[in-house]
Design a binder for this molecule. Structure first.
Ligand code: PLP
Length: 399
């Protein structure tokens, strides 16, 4: 397995990813609602993207110097997001999270970071945590627990609690980092006013607010969660949909912070940063987002899919909880009111996980953790196939 997230996936080898479908080496067709864990916002390998990258690859694979396209790509990122001043490109979400944390520590001269239960910020030693016996600890063998010492893991969506910690420890806190929509655990939106309160507290105490928009960025709208809720962080990180399937990520932010990187003061290196074909992918993806936004069709499709899944659950007398947004939603059993990681655990997540395995056997590529993504390439045939397969899969699963 080349990624741990695939450990909970099916024992299937794939040979093609095209539009909204995958095909296995055994020629089984799947409607894809995992979309590579998010990147394939426009579906797999859309012509506008692959042709731009093909062309750019002929111009250059790597320069070892500044490229023309990276300037335009950076300008596009700033204009489509509509708030940042400057951009640093990387390859993965994991690494730009690290760049953001380092920058926050450099500009504040503080070390402590506040993060939240159920939020994922990559696989490195200082951010990878799992809950064991009620405590958030290193999640992997070989991980240095000491790297987690400066991180405080708090329940999310609780402004009172965060306020108490900031009042007490604000002088030592460099950054608050969060998924502004907790897509990695249950696709939970922030409570009304929560982001605004966090923003105000961070500003008051000189704490750098970092939005990890690696999943939400460009997926929930052109401006990601920041624009959806009208709250501007100091720094933010993007990945996944930014390259539409090509490996590209970005750290973005205000000039007074970002200008510390790139002049040698705050190091952020990387042989492949702003690699030439990746810049063409960013340009093609963001011009598409700007000029021909995929959101109306994704929202229409996702809404029908969410409704259809709910109806199927009801028709079997086994109501399913389908929550989130049409662009990314979460399916489970149970009816608890879910606002954070802890209340999410009150749902019957294991029961859905077992259903998801059967759905895959019936030709819907979904994750056992309940998350569903929708792309621009999902059309009426995929809706029909997904719901028909869901119904037969559900029936089979019920026995
Ligand atoms: N941040 C968030 C919110 C993510 O969902 C992910 C990946 O799923 C990452 C960071 C890490 O990104 P990558 O897997 O590209 O390193």
């Amino acid at each position: 397995m080349h990624s741990n997230v695939r450990l909970d996936g099916p024992d299937v080898f794939l040979k093609r990813a095209d539009g909204a479908r995958l095909r296995s080496v055994d020629d089984v067709d799947y409607v894809d609602h995992l979309l590579g864990q998010g990147p394939a916002l426009f579906g797999h390998a859309p012509e506008f993207l692959t042709s731009a990258v093909d062309q750019a690859s002929r111009d250059a694979l790597i320069f070892g110097g500044q490229g023309e396209r990276e300037v335009y790509a950076a300008e596009l990122v700033c204009s489509v997001l509509d708030w940042p001043d400057m951009v640093r490109f990387g390859l993965t979400g994991t690494e730009v999270v690290q760049a953001a944390l380092r920058l926050a520590r450099a500009v504040t001269g503080r070390t402590r970071v506040i993060r939240f239960e159920g939020h994922y910020h990559g696989w490195l030693d200082n951010v990878l945590v799992a809950e064991r016996d009620g405590a958030w600890q290193a999640a992997s063998s070989g991980q240095l627990e000491s790297h987690l010492e400066d991180f405080r893991v708090l329940p999310w969506n609780d402004a009172e609690l965060l306020g108490e910690v900031i009042e007490r420890e604000g002088e030592q806190i460099a950054a608050v980092i969060m998924e502004p929509i907790m897509i990695n655990s249950g696709v939970i939106e922030p409570a009304p006013g929560y982001l605004e309160r966090v923003r105000r507290m961070c500003s008051r105490h000189g704490i750098v607010l970092i939005f990890d928009e690696v999943i939400s960025g460009f997926r929930v709208g052109p401006g990601g969660a920041a624009r959806r809720y009208g709250v501007t962080p100091d720094l933010a990180v993007y990945g996944k949909a930014l390259g539409g399937g090509y490996p590209v990520s970005a750290l973005v932010g205000r000039e007074d912070l970002m200008s510390r990187i790139g002049i040698g003061d705050v190091n952020h290196a990387g042989t492949f940063n702003a690699w030439a074909p990746g810049m063409a992918a960013v340009i093609a993806a963001l011009e598409h987002v700007r000029d021909d936004p995929p959101y109306p069709s994704i929202i229409a499709h996702g809404t029908k899919l969410m409704d259809g899944i709910r109806e199927i659950g009801e028709s079997f007398g086994e109501p399913l909880r389908v929550e989130g947004m049409p662009m990314a939603f979460h399916v489970s059993f149970g009816d608890a009111e879910v606002t954070d990681y802890r209340s999410l655990q009150e749902l019957d997540l294991q029961r859905y996980a077992s259903l998801a395995s059967v759905l895959v056997e019936h030709g819907i590529w979904v994750a056992r953790r309940g998350i569903w993504f929708v792309s621009e390439a999902h059309g009426p045939a995929e809706l029909d196939d997904a719901l028909t397969r869901f119904k037969t899969g559900f029936k089979d699963w019920l026995g």
